[in-house]
Design a protein around this ligand. Structure first.
Ligand code: PRT
Ligand code: MG
Length: 216
């Protein structure tokens, strides 16, 4: 495949990537929200988009099934980033990774060095690193979604999840008790593609870099 394949997920990453693609002169032929197609052409005959699950983006790029991709830092931290070049923070799909508990739970005491806490999360690697750094013993329970439910039904003391407006936590009687890190989406590039297709990829990287933050 001599053209360029870009891996994107539907939803907020796709929506917020459109202006960046446009800055690079790339316009998708269809909207993946209304199309069932997983491979979408663009106005550039040698550029196509592949629509993947957000957490699968690094994997497609790592193995070279896509040359470029856009993935949240949350997803990249779990993946590990092997085989990926991460040249740009696109500053899109911004949110934060935080610890949340039920209102009234004594997180202060539970999270002292030497303490022990039961945490449900989709973000095992980030949670493990965070509590290790604090010197807290953590029993991690892997979930794939609806993390907010876990403290409400006694599955865990706390969750580690992404927070944007805070509305989901509030609606479920949870409170954000610790901010772990800010999250945004990064451009990821397959390391071999960057070398072999440098003349085609570098101008795209430059166009993306020039367009960062311009919609705000
Ligand atoms: O949905 P699916 O399981 O397919 O995958 P996904 O949830 O990983 O994908 P998607 O499209 O929902 O998110 C893609 C990326 O957007 C994530 O990897 C993050 O980098 C980024 N992002 C930015 C967010 C949010 N903001 C966000 N608020 N991803 C998820 N959320 C969720 C959060 O998990 C919680 O359930 O929104 C809820 C909280 O939102 P507020 O506004 O109520 O605080
Ligand atoms: Mg989602």
């Amino acid at each position: 495949m001599s053209g360029i394949t870009i891996a994107l997920s539907k939803g907020r990453i796709f929506d917020e990537t459109l202006p960046l693609l446009e800055a690079a002169g790339i316009v998708p032929a269809e909207n993946p929200e209304s199309s069932r197609k997983l491979i979408i052409g663009t106005n550039q005959p040698d550029v196509r988009l592949v629509i993947v699950r957000a957490s699968d983006t690094p994997t497609y790029v790592q193995y070279g099934a896509a040359d470029l991709g856009i993935a949240g830092k949350d997803v990249l931290l779990e993946h590990g980033g092997e085989g990926l070049y991460q040249p740009l923070d696109l500053e899109i799909a911004r949110c934060r990774l935080s610890v949340a508990t039920r209102e009234g739970f004594d997180y202060e005491t539970a999270s002292r060095p030497g303490g022990r806490i039961r945490v449900a999360t989709k973000y095992i690697e980030s949670a493990k690193a965070h509590f290790a750094e604090k010197g807290v013993h953590v029993d991690l329970i892997k979930l794939y979604g609806s993390m907010e439910l876990a403290p409400l039904v006694g599955l865990a003391d706390a969750i580690v999840d992404l927070v944007s407006t805070g509305g989901t936590l509030r609606a479920n009687g949870l409170v954000e008790v610790e901010h772990i890190r800010d999250i945004s989406s990064r451009l990821v590039v397959n390391q071999a593609s960057l070398k072999l297709k440098h003349e085609r990829i570098q101008p795209m990287l430059d166009a993306f870099a020039g367009a960062i933050g311009s919609k705000e």
